[in-house]
Design a protein around this ligand. Structure first.
Ligand SMILES: *Cc1c(COP(=O)(O)O)cnc(C)c1O
Length: 371
């Protein structure tokens, strides 16, 4: 007798679709038999690993046969100092993705719902659905989060709200004042997660980290990552800052050794590599100008972004352009999955990578007969 294992899975898990990441360079090169492909598809840091982090990783290998420090003592201590919070407010995760899941695991059951915006980071949907909780998706406003509508969507069963600020893949951001208004309008039993994965890049005067609101609104949870501006995407380190009781719950559901020693060492070291961070921000700023100037020249609409990526509107068959870019060794990200089938998201790369992408795009659009 055959067993239908898929039907034995938990109801929420049955509804999950596995996360689709950007295509790895190696995979594309293998498939096409080419070399020298570039990847502008996963919002990775184009500078590569910081040499300071590399040295720290190498030094940490000596203890590779031992379990890591399950409490991440030194990293939490340094973060607590930098952020002027207590170590018992910090929860470390295997990437901030891990923390987002811990929040769902700790606070969401099938009787609850969680709110996020249309076009929001797709991990929220996954984390909510895995708990068999209800995902309440609020329509976006000009591609961004409609915080008033999100507040109005809350009811007695709402336990979580996820807000990426800036949001991926739209790059849109909300002001600190608007976040404060949202918090004033919401019941304190709704945990509001402000996902600040791209916080370091933002240069908008009205923008501010929600960390400054945490004392006033203990239902806030701020998440950050080392994957983007700090360039440690493969090492997997992120964290949240919250009320100590929330952190206590998250620490109960996390794996005992969720951050490995190499990642702990790298994160600790890169926090002191101010040059790397400054360079990341600088190259992102100039790359943004380069790309939007290129889009303007090509007559393409794009969504102004505060992150390290831009979503650009592609007239006509977007999937065909994506595929043709792959043929030219340029990997970007189609975002139909995010309800944006007419856009491609391009991560801001090194100047020569941005240039190669723009030249390839221009070629493809003109071959197609004008845009
Ligand atoms: C990249 C990203 C993350 C971070 O992922 P990690 O798991 O920390 O690598 C979190 N939120 C958003 C919106 C992102 O784009």
């Amino acid at each position: 007798m055959t067993v239908d294992f898929k039907r034995l899975a938990l109801p929420g898990v049955q509804r999950l679709q596995p996360y689709q990441g950007g295509k790895p360079i190696e995979e594309l090169e293998r498939e096409l038999g080419i070399s020298g492909a570039i990847k502008l598809a996963s919002n990775e840091n184009p500078l590569g690993l910081s040499s300071v982090a590399r040295k720290a990783i190498e030094a940490s290998l000596v203890d590779g046969a031992r379990y890591p420090d399950g409490n991440g003592f030194y990293l939490k201590q340094k973060l607590a100092e930098r952020l002027s919070v207590s170590t018992n407010q910090i929860t470390l995760g295997n990437g901030s993705n891990d923390v987002l899941e811990l929040i769902s695991r700790g606070f969401l059951g099938s009787e609850h719902n969680a709110i996020f915006s249309e076009h929001a980071f797709v991990v929220y949907q996954l984390a909510i659905t895995a708990q068999n909780a209800k995902a309440v998706v609020v329509p976006a406003l000009n591609w961004g989060h409609d915080l008033k509508a999100m507040a109005a969507a809350a009811d007695d069963n709402t336990r979580l709200m996820f807000i990426a600020n800036p949001n991926n893949p739209t790059g849109t951001w909300v002001s600190l004042a608007d976040i404060e208004d949202l918090l004033k309008a919401l019941s304190r039993q709704v945990l509001v997660v402000i996902d600040e994965a791209y916080f370091e890049y933002v240069d908008k005067p009205e923008y501010g980290s929600a960390l400054s609101l945490l004392e006033k609104f203990p239902n806030l949870v701020i998440t950050r990552t080392f994957s983007k501006a700090y360039g440690l995407a493969s090492l997997r380190v992120g964290y949240s800052v919250s009320h100590p009781d929330v952190a206590d719950i998250l620490n109960r559901v996390r794996q005992p050794f969720n951050i490995n020693s190499l990642a702990l060492a790298a994160a600790l070291a890169v926090l002191d590599d101010q040059d790397y961070l400054n360079h990341s921000i600088e190259i992102n700023r100039s790359g943004y100008s380069q790309l939007v100037a290129g889009f303007d020249e090509l007559g393409l609409d794009y969504i102004p972004s505060a992150g390290n990526f831009i979503s650009v509107h592609i007239p006509g068959d977007v999937q065909a352009i994506y595929q043709s870019l792959l043929q030219l060794g340029v990997i970007v990200r189609p975002i139909g999955l995010y309800g944006m089938p007419n856009h491609l998201r391009v991560s801001i790369g090194l100047p020569e990578e941005n240039q190669r992408f723009l030249v390839a795009l221009e070629q493809l659009l003109s071959e197609r007969g004008g845009s």
